[in-house]
Design a protein around this ligand. Structure first.
Ligand SMILES: *[C@@H]1O[C@H](CO)[C@@H](O)[C@H](O)[C@H]1NC(C)=O
Ligand SMILES: *[C@@H]1O[C@H](CO)[C@@H](O)[C@H](O)[C@H]1NC(C)=O
Ligand SMILES: *[C@@H]1O[C@H](CO)[C@@H](O)[C@H](O)[C@H]1NC(C)=O
Ligand SMILES: *[C@@H]1O[C@H](CO)[C@@H](O)[C@H](O)[C@H]1NC(C)=O
Ligand SMILES: *[C@@H]1O[C@H](CO)[C@@H](O)[C@H](O)[C@H]1NC(C)=O
Length: 548
């Protein structure tokens, strides 16, 4: 997710890059492909073992046959009652079927429980549904229908962990071929990811992002009012301390210094509020950020200060998935300061995220128009134009976007962003060699930016599926910056692909600890939850996905 709405390289692009549905995660995708080989046979065997009934036992006594016959007839009557909408009657017929069923016919017995649970489902009696599905699964442990039904009941009753585990079991048994199950898994993962993200945020100790990240964050505001303030040497007080800390990258002390200015009721109250809010945002302390920004917006602060606060609050609303309030703030900002390029640049990012491409391209164009030297806005315009052309399959516009990128490289040779986004476009087009060369150029410009190694690893992966080479590059990113969450996330997804589910869980944990926004966290928890569910089911059935 676009961290705080302002990292020029939004995270969600990773998912797009690797072609994965956002929350299902690569695990599913990968498994789906992998199940074409040896594991497929294993799952098929498992399935066969439990779907054949015990017909091969020649020794069915007469009484067993008669009893089964009777049970089948009762079930038939139950089905008819069910289809007539007479659920109570159906339940009692299935009850009789269960009683009549000989104990050496577990698969048939499982069906009767499953039939009864269908009635409870109609009656929305979720606990009973779950109980009957559990009985059915004890009798037939690879019963897809029972997994799917228990998953639905668990989701309805708020037990998302069980819902996910069951839908995962079903997906594996169906070899990831049934679209509706995948869609259910995706929905449950998103909901569970969000729930876990909220829980984690509530108890988390905020972490300061890396210096590099913070620098990039500030560089996304060409009209940053704090940066433009020049204080005389003789000015003292909290805000002046905060400014000095900002200039010397001593970020940890900024919040306290701003608070000092506010407590002393100093001359730079609004600026101190804005700066403190910015660091609350960077730390993921949303409520506090929102409170401070609200005060600035309501105050009589200078226009640039207010507008900056509005842009930041709008980005915060995006993270909280409140699009309406977000766009309201942007509109307010545009009214206050219609020539402020930052507004359009950031609003363009939001539209990009919302996949409203027409509006995104228009916003970026306006941002560039107002401030032609703002390299990041210019590059993002190129990128948005490219995406727009791609969606509309417009070959002419695609060529134009590429030409614009080439021009951008000439115009902003020191802007790492230009190389990165163009490289992304080229790897999209499978021009790996050129993409790699561009990442090397970006490294020449921005040698301390660890994420560039992650990008290089991703190109490697796309071009040759060479896991080891990719992992080596990404590990280099971690060596350079052990707070590089993008590296942990990417490694985690690679380990899922390689079948090292346990390892992937550790990596996702690390990424989660560093995540700065709720959206980002939700996404990461979805990935982790998907891997955890797969691991659990795999262990239960002795499935091994590892790639040697
Ligand atoms: C068949 O069942 C009878 C009793 O029901 C038992 O005595 C006999 O040993 C069984 N035969 C086989 C082959 O299992
Ligand atoms: C009962 O189970 C059978 C076998 O799975 C199935 O064909 C039938 O549709 C089920 N009836 C209901 C009401 O679920
Ligand atoms: C590295 O550079 C890219 C593009 O300029 C930027 O999006 C990213 O935030 C940078 N990495 C860090 C850690 O700041
Ligand atoms: C600080 O210095 C400037 C000149 O550099 C002067 O105009 C101003 O009055 C001084 N302020 C204080 C509080 O001493
Ligand atoms: C915005 O810029 C245009 C063109 O430069 C100018 O005519 C207009 O007065 C400006 N508006 C504001 C509110 O500054």
């Amino acid at each position: 997710m676009a961290s705080t709405g302002s990292t020029p390289f939004p995270k969600w692009q990773l998912a797009i890059l690797l072609g994965a549905p956002l929350a299902i995660g690569l695990g599913y995708l990968y498994l789906r492909n992998r199940l074409e080989d040896p594991e497929k046979k294993k799952v098929a065997d498992l399935k066969a073992k439990t779907t054949i009934s015990l017909d091969n036992e020649e020794n069915n006594s007469k009484t067993t046959e008669n009893a089964l016959d009777r049970a089948m007839k009762l079930k038939g009557a139950g089905n008819r009652a069910f289809h007539a909408g007479e659920y109570d009657k159906a339940i009692s017929l299935y009850n009789e079927a269960i009683e009549a069923c000989p104990p050496d016919r577990p698969v048939d017995m499982a069906t009767f429980y499953q039939n009864r649970s269908a009635c409870y489902e109609k009656r929305e009696m979720w606990e009973q549904v779950k109980e009957d599905c559990t009985f059915a699964l004890k009798l037939n442990e690879k019963y897809v229908k029972a997994f799917l039904r228990r998953s639905r009941a668990a989701e309805k009753s708020g037990d998302l962990v069980l819902a996910l585990e069951d839908v995962t079991s079903a997906c594996i048994l169906e070899r990831f071929q049934v679209q509706s199950s995948l869609v259910n898994a995706d929905r449950i993962l998103k909901a569970l990811g969000r729930q876990h993200a909220r829980e984690a945020l509530a108890r988390r100790c905020p972490v300061m992002p890396s210096k590099h990240f913070i620098k990039t964050y500030f560089s996304a505001f060409s009209e940053d009012p704090i940066g433009k303030i020049q204080l005389d040497d003789n000015v003292t007080g909290g805000f002046s301390k905060a400014k000095k800390a900002l200039d010397t990258q001593d970020y940890e002390s900024i919040v306290d210094a701003c608070t000092e200015e506010l407590n002393a009721n100093g001359n730079y109250r609004n600026e101190a509020l804005l700066l403190r809010a910015t660091f609350y945002l960077l730390l993921g302390r949303h409520d506090e950020a929102q409170a401070d920004l609200g005060k600035v917006i309501e105050s009589d602060a200078p226009v640039k200060v207010k507008v900056n606060a509005l842009i930041k609050r709008a980005s915060l609303y995006t993270q909280l998935e409140n699009t309406e309030r977000c766009l309201e703030d942007f509109a307010k900002a545009a009214k206050l300061d219609p020539n402020n390029s930052d507004i359009y640049h950031h609003r363009g990012q939001v539209y990009l995220l919302l996949e409203r491409m027409d509006e995104a391209t228009a916003e970026f164009a306006k941002a560039v128009d107002l401030n032609p030297d703002f390299s990041i806005a210019y590059i993002q315009k190129c990128y948005a134009d490219y995406k727009h052309a791609q969606i509309n399959k417009n070959v002419g516009a695609l060529a134009q976007a590429r030409a614009d990128f080439e021009r951008a490289l000439e115009r902003f040779p020191r802007c790492a962003e230009a190389y990165i986004l163009y490289a992304q476009v080229l790897s999209d087009q499978q021009e790996w060699g050129r993409a790699e060369a561009l990442f090397d150029s970006a490294l020449a410009v921005d040698p301390n930016n660890a994420t560039l190694y992650v990008h290089k690893g991703l190109v490697q992966l796309q071009k040759s599926t060479d896991f080891d080479k990719a992992v080596k590059l990404i590990n280099k990113a971690i060596e350079m910056d052990d707070k590089c969450d993008f590296a942990y996330e990417t490694l985690g997804t690679i380990e899922v692909q390689r079948g090292n589910l346990r390892r992937s869980l550790e990596l996702f944990e690390k990424a989660i600890a560093l995540a700065k926004t709720e959206l980002e966290m939700t996404h990461l928890f979805s990935l982790k939850d998907a891997a955890a569910a797969q691991l659990k089911v795999s262990e239960r059935w002795g499935l091994d996905w590892t790639v040697s």
